[in-house]
Design a protein around this ligand. Structure first.
Ligand code: NAD
Length: 354
């Protein structure tokens, strides 16, 4: 298993170090893991004048999976757009053909009180949001801001999906549902947007290949409401790029802290990039207070989805559960009576629990 390790900026290096400690522990137990580090984002700009240096992209392409920390720092906000850290992230996703973004929203019972929703609404929550990542209104042409003949400015973006793009993300969602509770909810706005009317038609076609999986449909406005009203009704949600962007952030907050949530972005062959759902948190970088669990749980997703190692993935997830059950908490999830630890100590606790 060759893994490209890209720590990035801000808290990236601290949290990735904890995740690689976990990988090293697995290697000591006999797992064949090779890791190579490379800079990306602001670190890439500092090292090579490019947020995605050529050598980093080559390493990512030559590896079986990529482990990413986070990119971005306010100090790069004045750089030209194509040299900013976030551009490195968009480019690596595109270059690797990562079209499927998987974001679980899972609430550990120990953290039920960290959510802003009532514990009875969220405890036991386990949703997987599957978001299409390379199409939709974020990429559709034409786009831009122009001036109309009457002198008024006009902004244009184009919502566009072709059948094959919908079909391939549909298959990802149904395959994941087969490993879970066998329910897929497809989110669209088919009552007003033709693009998503096609989305719905194609989802119905894909569903025929998975007779064991129950498919339902929901308009996005209702889905946004249901996520805070009765989130436990969902198993797998599948949706397009813009709806997925918004709903996955909403779902992440059901669980209390963004520091707990991993993510995976997969290509057609299940090669993937694994990263926490949060950003580089420059406000707490270098203070040893960041929560490394989202990054550690991203390694569990890597084992499950790219390396097909369900046992290894469960082992990591159980180690995280044990660390929480033992009362260890980083500052973002800390409550009265728990044992507050820093980023590195949390990594050590998880490794010990493995
Ligand atoms: P952020 O996710 O970095 O931080 C939001 C808040 O959550 C901050 O208060 C931060 O301290 C806290 N937080 C985030 N991760 C945490 C963790 N693991 N443990 C404890 N607290 C945590 O979002 P932001 O502040 O909007 O953005 C900061 C930078 O990150 C920007 O440059 C932005 O572009 C970038 N960003 C990168 C990614 C990515 O790399 N995938 C995603 C989002 C934002």
């Amino acid at each position: 298993m060759k893994i490209a390790v890209l720590p990035g900026d801000g808290i990236g290096p601290e949290i990735v170090t904890q995740a690689t400690k976990v990988l090293e522990a697995l290697r000591r137990d006999g797992m064949k893991i090779e890791m190579e580090h490379a800079p990306i984002g602001g670190a890439g700009y500092e090292a090579a004048g490019d947020p995605l240096p050529e050598a980093t992209l080559k390493l990512a392409k030559d590896s079986d999976a990529v482990l990413l920390g986070a990119v971005g720092d306010w100090k790069y906000d004045t750089l030209p757009r194509d040299q900013r850290p976030e551009r490195g992230l968009l480019r690596i996703r595109k270059e690797l053909g990562l079209f499927a973004n998987l974001r679980p929203a899972l609430l550990y019972p120990e953290l039920a009180s960290a959510s802003t929703l009532k514990p009875e609404v969220v405890s036991g929550l386990d949703i997987m949001i599957v978001r299409e990542l390379t199409g939709d209104v974020y990429f559709g042409q034409p786009r831009g801001i122009s001036t109309l003949p009457n002198g008024e400015r006009e902004g244009v973006n184009t919502m566009r999906y072709c059948e094959s793009e919908i079909r391939r993300i549909g298959h990802v969602a149904f395959r994941i549902a087969m490993k879970r509770n066998k329910r897929v909810c497809s989110v669209d706005k088919a009552n007003v947007l033709e693009t998503t009317e096609l989305w719905r038609q194609v989802m119905i076609e894909v569903a025929k290949e998975y007779p064991e999986v129950e498919l339902s449909h929901m308009y996005v406005d209702n889905a946004a409401m249901q996520l805070v009203r009765a989130p436990k009704q969902f198993d797998v949600m599948v949706t397009g790029n813009i709806f997925g962007d918004i709903l996955s952030d909403e779902a992440s907050m059901l669980t209390g802290s963004i520091g707990m949530l991993p993510s995976a972005s997969l290509d057609a062959d299940n090669k993937g990039m694994y990263e926490p759902s949060h950003g580089s948190a420059p406000d707490i970088a270098g203070k040893d207070v960041a929560n490394p669990l989202a990054t550690i749980l991203s390694v569990a997703m890597m084992l499950r989805y790219t390396f097909n190692d369900e046992a290894g993935a469960t082992r990591i997830e159980n180690a995280v559960k044990k660390a929480l059950a033992q009362g260890y908490r980083t500052a973002d999830i800390h409550t009265e009576g728990c044992n507050k630890v820093g980023c590195a100590a949390m990594g050590d606790v998880v490794v010990a629990a493995l």
